[in-house]
Design a protein around this ligand. Structure first.
Ligand code: ASP
Ligand code: MG
Length: 826
């Protein structure tokens, strides 16, 4: 036999009731079944409302009552739609009889202006009685069915509104009923009322709000059914609240203990008391969705088979609106008596404590209670510890707006690192934990955190335990040459990355004028075009961007600075504090004056954020990473020299004396290989910056001004706006340049603009490089870097290749993003 319980949303209207009948009729083909129903959706609340109004003597209860009557009668008519008239008439008669009883009772309450708890329960139970009548009438059109009032089956004490079940009597009653029922109605399906019961002397009680699940479990256990099915409006028990955690999934299987922990902690799928009766008899319980019967649901049983999710945890859950009360002792006290007094006080005040944490120093004790109990708790505790408080032997501390996050799973027992993983996932994003508790059973680890971190915390913990994917959200600023190519690369790689378990989301994109923030993710292929649409973007505002990042739930986030702005670099510390890692080709941060640079690096360290700037030297070439690797391996850098500017490389590769230098320069500009003002390239500043960056990488504290720079722009041409004029005015200086070239050729050398880092000093100047020297072998706009180290002394380590341009730079930024993904913890 199988017991199927249908909740209020399954009994909402004619359409859903038809669906329920459909499910029931296909189930009864396989085995005998027993049904338990809740009141139709909203009816219990409506009834309670009615009682309240009636007790206040307000006539409004009449209107409310009429709505309830209408809801049921109309539903009946809509179901039958003119067919099976006899059954409908019989059903209507029963519904009307119940409704008239209900009306009379409400009239009575209204006359007395008072609703005793027993009256409350009696009236609240009409919802289930009406629903059971309604449904059994409809079912009778297709299969014999009988409405069963469980007040005759479930025996409770008289703790009205939340009565306690008397198990022995209940089981005896149910078994006895079953015997009679099978004799009198051999093929019929019993349709039972959930929620309601009665005392031994026959007064109506209820099992507490949402208690129909519990009724089902009690009846299922007494009938010793094969399985209890709870049919509701969700696919099962989720790994976390799906409203807050996008990646939450239905957990296919849970043990009774896990399900209990999850249901106690806010996963509102099951009434917390439901599991005990079925667990005692090892009857499996299956949670199913009435509206998606094809979904597997969640099976709760004694033996948990190996599920698809190898995580030791089964789910994450939370309790909101918590206040953390701490009792802090200032001198040695006997903790056991304190604990005894504290808990006795709270229990006498009927205050539920659902979290306790005590440090082994015995000096402090924290408890979590519902915020609505906080004031009362404070009062009673102050009263009991009056003397100690007066002497200042103890101090009380109170933190409101807290919540408990708990991770639950049988598989956690004896597995090291679970708590570590949980703490790390939260700590990584700067969420601080106020108190911790783990029971000896190791089924549950609970933490208290600030409520405002709820969504973030649930997502982070869920990611840490259940997501095989590594996530990274990107905030990209600067959609020029490098930025736009980067976005295209991202668009192309997205699917491949996803398949490899990397979940990258473009969280925001901006240029200096407009920006778009979209927590759901922006299609990188459309990112650049988007910035031209005013209706889809807002005015660029870095503060807003930073605030949005601070609130993001998709974490971690990396700020990708594709600008060359120094202004933005001055905001890096705010960006770091908002929790973002930084990836950038922008060199400005690494050449800040030493004190500012050190402070920024410290900021990264303190906040545990990564800074990736691989493209600062040699664009896509692995220059800085190689340098880092050598240093990490214990090598010592003796000398670094190289052609570090793509523009200057190009220039001197083509300047062979056949054409004047100015003409070669002009061509270079036309080929798009210079800055808009080519004097910036000729100034050697870019080379100097790269030298400083490498010097700092090695550990030297070098400033830009320490670099000995040869500026290739003649003094008198340095000022004023750049114009074509520059090239003609350069004629005066051609001779000097030509002489240098000729001198070179005579000595079997070539002209190169070389940056050198040696013995703690850096210089950037035009040099005659012997024909057979590695630096002589550059082509086009190649960069070449030769590193002489302790281990690469005889032949330096050489890195050569295209060292400038949007494509290689964007590629370098992209590989930094991937590197970041690998660095990140999970
Ligand atoms: N109808 C009752 C309530 O709303 C019992 C239930 O639905 O489980 O609380
Ligand atoms: Mg309900």
């Amino acid at each position: 036999m199988k017991l199927m319980k249908f909740g209020g949303s399954s009994m909402a209207n004619a359409k859903t009731i038809r669906q329920v009948a459909h499910i029931v009729l296909s189930a009864v083909k396989n085995e005998p079944i027993c049904i338990v129903v809740s009141a139709c959706q909203g009816v219990t609340n409506a009834l309670l409302n009615c009682i309240e109004q009636a007790a206040l003597g307000r006539k409004k209860f009449h209107t409310l009552y009429k709505a309830i009557a209408k809801q049921h009668l109309e539903c009946l008519h809509e179901l039958f739609a003119g067919k099976h008239r006899n059954i409908e008439a019989a059903g209507e008669k029963k519904l009307r009889a119940l409704l008239s009883d209900l009306e009379n009772l409400l009239e009575g309450v209204s006359l007395l202006r008072e609703a005793a708890p027993s009256a409350l329960d009696h009236i609240a139970g009409f919802g289930e009685r009406l629903a059971a009548e309604l449904f059994s009438s409809w079912l009778q059109c297709f299969h014999p069915a009988v409405c069963v009032d469980t007040r005759e089956l479930i025996v409770t004490d008289d703790h009205f509104t939340a009565a306690n079940v008397k198990n022995t009597e209940t089981t005896r009653h149910i078994r006895h009923w079953q015997k009679r029922f099978t004799e009198t109605h051999p093929d019929a399906i019993p349709v039972m009322t959930g929620f309601i019961a009665a005392t031994e002397d026959g007064r109506s009680t209820t099992l507490g709000r949402n208690g129909s699940d519990y009724s089902a479990a009690i009846i299922g256990a007494a009938l010793d059914v094969r399985i209890v099915e709870i049919w509701t409006d969700v696919d099962g028990v989720y790994s976390a609240d799906p409203n807050l955690v996008d990646e939450a999934f239905v957990v296919p299987e849970l043990s009774y203990e896990e399900a209990m922990e999850l249901s106690h902690f806010g996963a509102k799928v099951l009434h917390p008391a439901t599991l005990a009766p079925v667990r005692d008899r090892e009857i499996p319980l299956l949670v199913k969705n009435t509206f998606r019967p094809e979904a597997e649901g969640t099976l709760i049983s004694a033996v948990k088979k190996d599920s698809a999710h190898p995580s030791p945890a089964s789910g994450i859950t939370s309790i909101d609106d918590i206040t953390l009360l701490s009792w802090i002792g200032r001198r040695r006290t006997e903790i056991s008596t304190t604990v005894e007094r504290l808990f006795r006080t709270l229990s006498e005040a009927n205050i539920n404590v659902f979290f306790i944490s005590q440090a082994s120093s015995q000096h402090s004790l924290s408890i979590a209670i519902r915020s609505c109990d906080a004031e009362r708790a404070r009062e009673v505790i102050r009263e009991v510890f009056k003397a100690e408080l007066k002497q200042r032997w103890i101090r009380l501390d109170e933190k409101a707006d807290q919540m408990i996050v708990a991770i639950v799973g049988d598989g956690m027992r004896g597995v090291p690192g679970i708590a570590g993983k949980m703490f790390h996932s939260l700590g990584q994003q700067g969420i601080s934990i106020r108190a911790i508790a783990q029971g000896a059973s190791e089924h549950n680890i609970s933490l208290v955190i600030d409520t405002k971190q709820k969504a973030r915390a649930l997502n982070l913990v869920h990611d840490a335990f259940f997501s095989g994917d590594k996530k990274l959200g990107l905030v990209l600023v600067g959609a020029g040459n490098v930025g736009s190519i980067f976005l295209n690369m991202l668009a192309e790689q997205m699917t491949t990355l996803r398949a490899k378990g990397f979940n990258i989301r473009l969280y925001a994109v901006a240029n200096s004028r407009r920006m778009r923030i979209d927590p759901a993710g922006i299609d990188p292929a459309k990112g650049v075009a988007l910035l031209n649409q005013t209706n889809k973007t807002e005015t660029y505002n870095l503060d807003r961007l930073i605030d949005a990042a601070r609130d993001a739930d998709f974490l971690p986030l990396a700020f990708v600075d594709c600008t060359a702005s120094s202004e933005l670099v001055h905001r890096y510390s705010d960006i770091i504090r908002a929790g973002m890692h930084i990836v950038t080709p922008n060199k400005k941060a690494n050449v800040l004056p030493m004190p500012a640079y050190r402070a920024l690096m410290e900021e990264f360290r303190q906040h545990d954020r990564f800074f990736l700037y691989q493209t600062n030297v040699g664009a896509g070439l692995p220059v800085l990473s190689t340098l880092k690797d050598l240093l990490a391996g214990g090598d010592r850098i003796i000398r670094i020299e190289g052609v570090l500017s793509g523009t200057l490389s190009y220039l001197f590769n083509y300047y062979d004396g056949t054409k004047p230098f100015a003409e070669v320069l002009k061509q270079t500009q036309i080929d798009g290989l210079t800055e808009p003002d080519p004097r910036e390239d000729l100034s050697g500043m870019d080379v100097a910056r790269k030298l400083v960056i490498m010097a700092r990488e090695i550990g030297l504290s070098m400033e830009l001004k320490d670099v000995d720079i040869e500026n290739l722009v003649p003094e008198e041409l340095r000022t004023g706006k750049f114009s074509e004029h520059f090239y003609t005015r350069y004629a005066k200086f051609e001779k000097t340049m030509q002489k240098k070239l000729e001198h070179c050729k005579k000595n079997n050398c070539v002209l190169r603009y070389v940056g050198t880092l040696f013995e703690g000093k850096a210089k950037a100047c035009l040099e005659a490089v012997p024909n057979n020297h590695p630096l002589a072998f550059t082509r086009a706009s190649d960069n070449i870097i030769a590193m002489t180290t302790d281990r690469y002394q005889a032949t330096p380590l050489v890195i050569q290749g295209l060292g400038a341009g949007g494509v290689v730079t964007a590629m370098g930024v992209f590989s930094d993003v991937l590197r970041l993904l690998h660095y990140l913890p999970y």
